[in-house]
Design a protein. Structure first.
Length: 385
């Protein structure tokens, strides 16, 4: 009896050590995990259909269990290039009568481009501190038919529920796609080639076309008066400032939402798809080349920065970010909190294990990028008239 008690006591100590993370672990389940768990279930036929139609947006039926609640759902793969990856992304659609924490849909993103699983969350935090509407995210552990698939990022989509949950009536919403979201009609540009209309899915793009017409035709000395009627200029400049610092160059022609807010009758940017930030795809020695200029890379920002008052505001926001939210002093607590959430389960993710990924190494890459990017931006600001 005494030996048995000692064994039980020892097992209790070991289990407590394994679960020393932010979230309380579930009862023993190989492998023991500490992140909140999402369980997807599909029967063999639906699972086979999904596997055989990776590039289709066809939904199949399934169930999802999260935090003790079970939902009947529709499931499909999510993404474009990422559908080729071994670790798939999923879009989950719930019933309007049984929403998921107020959401009709969620995305489960494998974050295959970001082994740190931190860049999206760090980027969202910076956009939020800069006053932009931004999506919610949560780190989770995904099981599919009781098989552990690894760490995922649960992302709130930008849809009508996104706006309702924030007390904003849905309006015209455009998603920048194809790397072709331009803000000029030069060259015979058609906005339908660079923007997909969401929520109100009609062919009326007149509000977006009116904004582009102003950028194309109004001289600089009258631009501020006209553009402020249709664009939240501070929102746009804050979007650019954060994007420049986090290396969100993909988000200047692609992968952002442009929302015509009915409350203000003006357009504003909503950030999206932020895994390739904080230095991914940009070698440190290239951070100061023209492609990574503080002046940005599309016609909207080119026109706005021609106006001295807007240019001064933008420079002030860059300096505010560098001295505040984008400083390592402010970012490190966020990084450490994410590290604490991830560290126990990171080593159990089968894909991360297979790639030999190191969370500590990824964190050092992020911290190094922040220091180098701060220096590069400050140098450019010092040389900018």
């Amino acid at each position: 009896m005494r030996l048995t008690k000692k064994i039980v006591f020892l097992l209790t100590i070991i289990w407590g050590f394994l679960c020393s993370c932010v979230h309380i672990c579930d009862p023993p389940h190989p492998p023991p995990l500490c992140l909140p768990q999402i369980h997807l279930e599909m029967d063999h036929e639906n699972l086979t259909t999904l596997a055989n139609n990776v590039f289709s947006d066809r939904y199949v039926k399934g169930k999802i269990e999260f935090e003790g609640v079970t939902y009947d759902v529709d499931i499909r793969h999510q993404g474009h290039v990422s559908r080729d990856y071994y670790k798939k992304n999923y879009k989950i659609k719930f019933s309007p009568e049984h929403l998921f924490q107020g959401k009709l849909k969620i995305i489960l993103s494998a974050q295959m481009m970001d082994p740190s699983f931190m860049r999206y969350s760090l980027s969202i935090a910076l956009f939020q501190e800069s006053g932009l509407l931004s999506t919610e995210t949560k780190l989770v552990a995904l099981f599919l038919n009781d098989e552990f698939k690894g760490i995922y990022l649960l992302i709130e989509p930008i849809d009508e529920y996104f706006f309702w949950n924030r007390g904003i009536p849905p309006g015209n919403l455009y998603k920048a796609v194809g790397g072709n979201a331009r803000f000029t009609f030069r060259g015979g540009y058609d906005v339908r080639g660079g923007y997909e209309k969401k929520i109100i899915k009609d062919e009326n793009y007149s509000d977006l076309e009116d904004l582009i017409g102003i950028l194309d035709t109004v001289p600089t000395n009258r631009l501020a008066t006209e553009i402020e009627k249709v664009l939240d200029v501070k929102n746009a400049l804050n979007y650019l400032a954060v994007s420049v610092l986090i290396n969100n160059w993909d988000g200047l022609f692609h992968n952002f939402y442009f929302f015509h807010n009915p409350n203000t009758n003006r357009f504003e940017f909503i950030p999206w798809d932020l895994d390739m930030t904080f230095g991914i795809g940009a070698a440190p020695e290239k951070l100061t080349v023209e492609g990574h200029s503080v002046k940005g890379r599309n016609y909207l920002f080119e026109r706005l920065l021609q106006i001295p008052a807007y240019r001064n505001y933008y420079k002030e926001r860059l300096l505010w970010l560098i001295e505040g939210p984008f400083s390592l002093e402010k970012l490190d607590p966020r990084i450490q909190a994410l590290h604490e959430s991830l560290r126990e389960d990171y080593l159990k993710d089968p894909v991360l294990q297979g790639k030999g990924a190191s969370l500590d190494h990824e964190i050092e890459k992020i911290r190094s990028y922040v220091s180098q990017r701060q220096e590069a931006v400050l140098e450019q600001l010092a040389e900018w008239d």
